[in-house]
Write a protein that binds this ligand. Structure first.
Ligand SMILES: *Cc1c(COP(=O)(O)O)cnc(C)c1O
Length: 467
């Protein structure tokens, strides 16, 4: 009986692979993975389709694959070759070195998070970044919560609970992950008053909808979609003038929001936070981890008395960020005081501004390495393509880029190859286009090029991870 020839758990634990894993992993976890691997082999043998008895080393290799997927499903590190710079599924913006150093510092030492070191008294945790945000945006005051969805909910609940909020129909957006403006509005306790049509909303539409129940006028940046053709939306300045006339606050959800003008990379401009402040918005909210290039956070800048009201809402306490976020945000904002430093230091901005010459140079290097690793020339090419900013910003703007294009081997498929790349270590995400895999070099870090090359070559040749 073949089953009796299967290696025992203790034999597998003696293999080189297992011994290496045990240097950083508790024994019971590896034992569990080996048991699962052996069970799978047993099932195969029992099905009788000619499965061979694996060696102890082969079982260990299978156990290693199972280990990371089924036993300790830790978040794998990923090489992002999708060309989407702010990729929500892959964790959005990467942090600058400055931000990482600050995180390490406050993570390993106490910090004056909520006390004033001068008076020794208790204070708010966002007062320090508030100063930085005010200097950078020209706003009177600022506050920071967990993410922009929380910021919008906090604003609406604080200023409009039990009253009405006027929004243009063309701005009733859904952002990925079930954040829909009408639903957030309902949850906040406010009532939505839609004005205008999908493609056209005029100032008079807003004005006619204003009643004594109106709490505020809300403008939402369209972010992830564009309406083109016969369209009209009211500019923020006009809405502000209307708000002033009726003594109503005007709130703008900027979505991504940017502090640096991305049009210098040759694409359309994403609205700048400082422009919304200048246009007179009473509150402006935006994300910390989209184009800003910082940690996940929801930032609100605007009028002092309104920010003070937000801080008094019990939801503010529920939505607060931890010290690591403040550390990273502080450091990220600091880069913006010298715009050139921001473009140099913040990975999201770095990737947006990478030149085609540089991308092509990196591409040539990868192609050479792939050849050296034994991949045939016919299976690969270096081709021009386009990258996207992502994060729900500038959906119709494309940055010219260079991609490594890989054709799977005879008998393999693009989907199977892409899956092998995703489940390996480090995991690799790319684009699939008509039976070929496209690896956009814009979103691959220079120090990842080597690993990417090795992963592509191994996966192409048919490596199996686990079973
Ligand atoms: C992305 C986005 C949000 C949600 O921001 P998070 O930081 O992901 O919570 C809200 N509104 C708009 C317009 C957005 O683009």
């Amino acid at each position: 009986m073949l089953l009796r020839q299967l290696p025992a758990v203790h034999e597998v634990l003696q293999t080189e692979t297992a011994q290496r894993l045990l240097q950083s992993l508790p024994r019971p976890l590896l034992t569990e993975a080996i048991r699962k691997a052996l069970e799978k082999v047993r099932q195969k043998i029992l099905q009788g389709d000619g499965a061979k008895v694996p060696t102890a080393e082969e079982v260990a290799a299978q156990a290693q694959g199972i280990l990371w997927r089924e036993v300790v499903p830790l978040m794998p590190r990923v090489i992002n070759a999708t060309g989407i710079i702010v990729h929500t599924g892959l964790g959005r913006s990467l942090l600058s070195q400055r931000a990482v150093q600050r995180i390490v510092e406050v993570a390993t030492h106490p910090c004056a998070l909520e006390v004033d070191e001068v008076t020794g008294e208790r204070s708010f945790r966002d007062l320090r970044v508030e100063k930085l945000l005010c200097l950078l945006t020209g706003a009177e005051a600022a506050t920071v919560v967990n993410n922009n969805a929380a910021a919008v909910l906090l604003i609406l609940n604080t200023l409009a609970e039990g009253r009405e909020v006027i929004v243009s129909r063309g701005e009733l957006v859904e952002i990925g992950g079930s954040f829909r403006i009408p639903e957030i509005l309902r949850k906040s306790g406010a009532t939505l008053v839609e004005v205008g049509t999908t493609n056209k909303t005029r100032l008079s539409d807003y004005e006619r909808a204003i009643t004594e129940r109106t709490a505020l006028l809300l403008k939402v940046h369209q972010s992830n979609f564009r309406i083109i053709g016969f369209t009209e939306q009211v500019r923020l300045e006009e809405l502000v003038a209307l708000g002033r006339k009726h003594n109503l606050p005007v709130v703008e959800d900027l979505g991504s929001g940017a502090l640096a003008d991305v049009s210098r990379a040759g694409i359309e401009k994403e609205p700048l936070v400082q422009e919304s402040v200048k246009a007179g918005a009473d509150l402006v909210s935006f994300s910390g981890d989209k184009l800003l290039g910082g940690p996940q956070a929801g930032i609100v800048v605007g009028r002092k008395e309104l920010i003070a009201q937000l801080r008094r809402n019990p939801l503010y306490r529920a939505f607060r960020c931890d010290k690591l976020t403040f550390a990273a945000l502080e450091a990220t904002l600091l880069s913006y005081f010298d715009e050139e430093a921001a473009w140099r230091e913040i990975p999201t901005l770095q990737q947006i501004s990478l030149s085609q010459t540089e991308l092509k140079r990196r591409g040539r290097k990868v192609v050479r390495w792939l050849e050296r690793l034994g991949m045939p020339k016919e299976a690969m090419s270096l081709r021009p393509s386009t990258s996207q900013v992502g994060g729900g910003a500038l959906p119709d703007q494309f940055l010219p880029t260079w991609c490594i294009v890989i054709t799977p081997r005879e008998g393999d498929s693009a989907e199977a190859l892409a899956q092998r790349l995703r489940v390996g270590n480090p995991s690799v995400f790319c684009r699939i286009q008509k039976d070929t895999l496209w690896f956009d070099l814009r979103t691959v870090l220079p120090e990842e090029l080597r690993e990417l090359t090795e992963r592509i070559a191994a996966a192409w040749q048919g490596e199996r991870v686990g079973m």
